[in-house]
Design a protein around this ligand. Structure first.
Ligand SMILES: Cc1cc2nc3c(=O)[nH]c(=O)nc-3n(C[C@H](O)[C@H](O)[C@H](O)COP(=O)(O)OP(=O)(O)OC[C@H]3O[C@@H](n4cnc5c(N)ncnc54)[C@H](O)[C@@H]3O)c2cc1C
Length: 526
């Protein structure tokens, strides 16, 4: 079987669907294929247990809120296709090794009052971090939502800032060092490190400094926004939009070869031999570590293949998923508290060491960074009355020692250890309230979505060596791949993984320009 369209889209994660949606808006036909049985990649909500609709990967969609796709509702996903967001309150409840907790609220004064329990000075430092970030928020936002090369880099913009010296230094430091500099109490430091670690970038690395500002500021401004009904509602809206414009989406299609003709990519071939041919171009969200095996080495060139060989896959995730009859309630100084986003934070140095060790491929037995997502607290319709979906996420190595296959025999015991740890702070989360559970090691995360290479969900490490013009490979950071007609989007491209929609929208901009079209016909261009 052979199908033909203007564009073939290999992979139906939220980014590639966004690229397709803008191309469809510009009048091009799109044929989309995905290896999984459902579209959406890391933005899916699945009935893991009967009656319980679980976000199998992402839950929080904070970062995409500032994408003009959502902010300006450019394609009508909100006004016409049923997408809506909830901003949960409280924002976070985080427990520390000594049993203390910190509750973050949308009310800045309330958050500061919580921090002041540990240090008045740190409460002021927190207020300063939030207000100072306002100075550069738009600069960083602008660089995220335009393709590399379409304007000055973040470093160039910071260099033009009235406080260039301060911000350039901060952007080059590590988040760990900045937190140590700004905060004095172990609790505030641990909280800031827990927030900075959310994108799974080792926070002791040079160039991670702004993570200490970015994530906490976004949360303080608008919480951990979740789509009403589940992460997959973003995909439903995109699929609705694309279907209305005649795009096709076929699942259970594992692409394993790029079709080349006269050095140009003219389509894809699936494992089962089916082909999809493109008149104008192929958009890929296949991980670059796999993509290079889908065409002869000479088609890529030595520079590109070297860049992919040396590309760091990033920090893998380990997940526990539960159907429960009660939420996770932390014992706090103000009584039991729960939040859609909560967790357990080790002390700052332990968190930094943990992330670094996992990034280096080492198995870590005890967790210093645990995220607990309970979206049903704010969106009860996802589970039967009074019941909840709970997801625990931690970082760990793809190979726990002795080979990745070893995970299968040890993953349940590993989750039990995490539960034991969580129960120190949330004693009511007993086996009696857990009705069912599924555990996913990094190997399972990869098996579920091959774009999550080695179980790392962000399309590759986002340390300084692999950001902006370096992502995925220096020279090929503008979505155009070395093979003519082939474009890359998704987490392996600027600005990386998470639910931002930025790589998807940026890729559409580049493709439209290559077609001689003005992207501002379908999107805001700044
Ligand atoms: C447990 C967990 C929790 C997370 N929580 C959050 C969160 O709360 N907030 C957040 O912002 N991010 C979160 N993430 C990360 C987020 O899910 C990803 O970074 C994001 O989904 C990346 O989007 P993408 O569009 O780049 O690619 P993906 O969502 O990975 O989609 C890529 C698609 O390409 C398909 N594909 C790949 N190779 C092929 C092939 N050869 N043939 C056909 N199809 C192919 C895949 O099947 C997949 O559907 C989480 C991830 C995990 C695992």
């Amino acid at each position: 079987m052979t199908a033909t369209a203007d564009f073939v889209i290999a992979g139906a994660g939220h980014n590639s669907l966004i690229t397709a949606a803008y191309l469809a808006a510009a009048g091009y036909s799109c044929a989309i294929v995905d290896a999984r049985a459902i579209p959406g990649g890391g933005a899916t909500t699945e009935e893991l247990f009967p009656g319980y609709h679980v976000d199998t990967c992402s839950t929080g969609h904070t970062l995409i809120q500032v994408n003009p796709l959502i902010r300006n509702d450019e394609l009508g996903l909100v006004s016409k296709y049923g997408l809506s967001y909830i901003d949960p309150e409280p924002v976070e409840v985080v427990a520390f090794p000594d049993g203390e907790t910190l509750t973050m609220s949308l009310d800045l004064d309330a958050t500061c009052a919580e921090i002041a329990r540990f240090s008045e000075r740190d409460a002021e430092a927190y207020r300063r971090v939030i207000s100072e970030y306002e100075e550069i928020k738009r600069i960083l936002g602008a660089t995220r939502f335009r393709p590399v090369g379409h304007g000055p880099t973040a470093a160039q913009l910071l260099a033009d800032h009235p406080r260039a010296g301060t911000w350039t230094r901060r952007s080059m430091m590590s988040a760990r060092d900045l937190i140590l500099h700004e905060f004095e109490s172990p609790h505030a430091r641990a909280f800031m490190a827990w927030m900075a670690s959310q994108t799974a970038v080792p926070i002791d690395g040079a160039g991670t400094g702004l993570l200490a500002y970015q994530i906490v500021s976004g949360r303080q401004a608008r919480s951990w926004s979740i789509p009403a009904g589940g992460s997959g509602r973003l995909i439903d809206a995109l699929v609705g939009y694309l279907s209305a414009l005649g795009a096709t989406i076929e699942c259970d299609v594992v692409v394993d070869e790029l079709l080349l003709e006269d050095g140009r990519c003219i389509g894809v071939r699936a494992e089962d031999g089916r082909e999809w041919r493109a008149r104008l171009g192929v958009i890929s969200t296949i991980h670059v570590k796999h993509l290079v095996d889908m065409a002869p080495a000479e088609a890529w060139g030595a520079d590109f293949t070297y860049g992919v060989e040396t590309y760091h896959p990033g920090v893998p995730f380990f997940g526990g998923y539960f159907a429960t009859s009660a939420p996770v309630e932390f014992a706090t100084h103000a009584g039991p508290r729960s939040a859609v986003s909560s967790g357990c934070a080790g002390w700052l140095e332990d968190q930094a060491l943990h992330l670094r060790a996992v990034s280096n491929g080492e198995f870590v037995e005890s967790d210093t960074w645990v995220l607990v997502a309970t979206p049903t607290l704010a969106d009860p319709g996802r589970a039967p009355d009074g019941h909840h979906t709970v997801k625990m996420v931690t970082f760990n190595a793809y190979d726990p020692g002795g080979g990745p296959d070893k995970w299968e025999a040890m993953k349940d015991a590993h989750l039990d250890r995490q539960l034991e740890h969580l129960r120190r702070f949330a004693p009511g989360f007993t086996d009696d309230v857990i009705l069912d559970r599924v555990v996913k090691s990094p190997v399972d995360v990869e098996a579920q979505n091959r774009h999550m290479f080695h179980g790392a969900p962000h399309g590759g490490d986002r340390s300084i060596a692999f950001t902006e013009a370096q992502r995925p490979v220096p020279g090929w950071a503008q979505h155009r791949m070395p093979i003519d007609g082939l474009y890359q989007t998704g987490g392996t491209t600027h600005p990386g993984g998470s639910i931002t929609g930025a790589p998807g929208r940026n890729a559409a901009m580049v493709v439209l320009e290559d077609l001689g079209r003005d992207p501002s016909e379908v999107m805001e261009v700044t």
